[in-house]
Design a protein around this ligand. Structure first.
Ligand code: BGC
Length: 495
């Protein structure tokens, strides 16, 4: 049964044509989560290949070794996306597929280059614009072994820059939208503060053998910010004049709302939480005045937060030509009223599902942290636009839904996900139309169910259902894919 959607009554009827004619919309993915072929055609291992083998780290004990087998079926995937009506596709490159050992003097794997080159050509042939992320959390294992990856900024920098330069050289004739890092904050916090993602470091010895949650996250974050800026400088000086593309970074960020909207301490705590989560990265890149981390962070963390050298400061501003925005949900936060813990990264707040009046932050999904909260998304868009005033490229947004266990007619009719997109996109269009927020893209997370990091195959974010039990990972479109095609058809102005 093919779904039928109508946008003829308010609020949607009013939003018709509110997005610019050249609005980019499509799906986002990441190499580790979809490609499979982890040791095929010369690819080297990444830290996730190693981490997934450690017992207890992945919820269902799975590995990403096959994932969706997109390495084998990329042509079919592009065809399916085409049928979904997309104009753009955001994917990431696996560094260790391109340079198996990762380093500046290590050999290049031409087979890896060829794979991405073919994928890019296939997209362009189908009028789908590629948005390419250089780093979506999959550090080559060899670099982690050699010098501790991003903890060693001096050793890491030339390796990352060589990789970035190689990508600009080999793909930049066709790729015009580059993203250096995906969510440096999540890589940092999940990998080095909580130790639940690769490379699995933290202060908690019941969880991780090594690490220091009170210092390492801030070092790793600093490394990402500075190397982002250095890669962007190379692109802008050496490639942009002839290739005419753009480069930016993608940051994560969920909205923090005061638990007690009347309480000054909670109001301040919510702003502090936003600064710890978002402004940590965004202030140095897009802020006004001196290049520095937010004052609230400096006040709590002191010298555990690195200082930008004069040279780094000069690199930072203008290095990201757009604000790449990933967001999923919203939380209520309450001031803790006790001195901050040494391992705190949230701004000394309690994070809650309900506010003081018992109002819930939104309907539950199949993922504990993720609830449908478009009300917070509406505030977040305006907060980011108001504070930074750079064009926003939404690079991820989406949800899981309870009970998606098999590709039956009922389950493919994913009403929870459709409602999520309907409400979030409604807010997005409203922010553009009513407040002039400059949003230029939207990538739904994600094209198909995939390997959801530490959750393994248990969290299904796809708008395509994947039967992981079949050897070819059979794909079944969910109704939400039709919904997005039709809703964007309504929202985007035809000039
Ligand atoms: C990441 C994705 C991830 C998604 C859902 C984002 O933080 O960029 O890789 O699958 O959230 O958890």
């Amino acid at each position: 049964m093919s779904p039928n959607f109508s946008f003829n009554s308010p609020p949607e009827s009013v939003l018709k044509g509110s997005l610019r004619p050249d609005f980019h919309w499509g799906y986002a993915t990441a190499a580790t989560q979809i490609e499979g072929a982890w040791n095929v055609d010369g690819r080297g291992p990444s830290i996730w290949d190693t981490f997934a083998r450690i017992p207890g780290k992945i919820k269902d004990g799975s590995t990403p070794y096959d994932a969706c087998r997109s390495y084998d079926f990329y042509k079919e995937d592009v065809a399916l996306m085409k049928s979904y009506g997309v104009r753009a596709y955001r994917f990431s490159l696996s560094w260790s597929r391109i340079i198996p050992l990762g380093g500046r003097d290590d050999p290049v794997n031409e087979k890896g280059i060829e794979f991405y080159s073919d994928l890019i050509n296939e997209l362009l042939k189908n009028d789908i614009t590629p948005f390419v992320t250089l780093f979506h959390w999959d550090m080559p294992q060899a670099l982690e072994d050699r010098y501790g990856g991003m903890l060693n900024q001096a050793a890491y920098t030339p390796d990352f820059l060589r990789y970035a330069r190689l990508c600009f050289e080999r793909f930049g004739d066709r790729v015009k939208h580059w993203i250096t890092y995906n969510e440096p904050g999540v890589y940092t916090l999940a990998g080095y503060a909580d130790g639940v993602h690769a490379p699995g470091r933290s202060s908690f010895r019941d969880r991780n053998e090594e690490g220091d949650s009170s210092t390492e996250p801030f070092i790793v974050a600093h490394t990402q910010l500075v190397t982002h800026a250095r890669a962007a400088k190379i692109y802008r000086e050496e490639f942009k004049p002839s290739q005419k593309g753009m480069i930016g970074i993608t940051l994560h960020g969920n909205w923090s709302e005061p638990w007690d909207a009347e309480d000054e301490a909670d109001i301040a705590a919510a702003e502090r939480a936003r600064e710890f989560e978002i402004a940590w990265f965004a202030d140095p890149l897009y802020g006004r005045g001196e290049v520095e981390y937010p004052a609230s962070m400096r006040a709590q963390l002191g010298d555990r937060l690195p200082r930008f050298t004069e040279e780094e400061k000069a690199l930072m501003r203008g290095s990201s030509e757009f604000y790449g925005m990933n967001t999923y949900t919203s939380f209520f936060v309450r001031d803790k009223k006790t001195p901050p813990d040494i391992n705190d990264h949230k701004g000394n707040v309690d994070v809650l599902d309900e506010n003081k009046q018992g109002v819930s932050r939104g309907a539950e999904s199949d993922t504990a942290w993720l609830r449908t909260s478009p009300w917070g998304f509406a505030k977040l868009l305006r907060w980011i636009w108001g504070r930074y005033h750079v064009p926003i490229y939404m690079t991820e947004n989406g949800t899981t839904a309870k009970g998606e266990t098999e590709p039956s007619e009922d389950i493919l009719n994913d009403t929870h996900r459709i409602k999520f997109f309907r409400e979030y996109l409604g807010e997005l269009a409203k922010a553009v139309k009513e407040d002039g927020v400059d949003v230029r893209s939207y990538f739904a997370w994600t094209f198909a169910d995939n390997w959801e990091w530490a959750a393994g195959y248990t969290d299904r974010f796809g708008l395509t259902f994947i039967d992981f039990n079949t050897p070819e990972k059979r794909r079944y479109p969910k109704h939400s894919a039709t919904f997005l095609r039709e809703f964007f058809g309504h929202l985007i102005r035809k000039d």
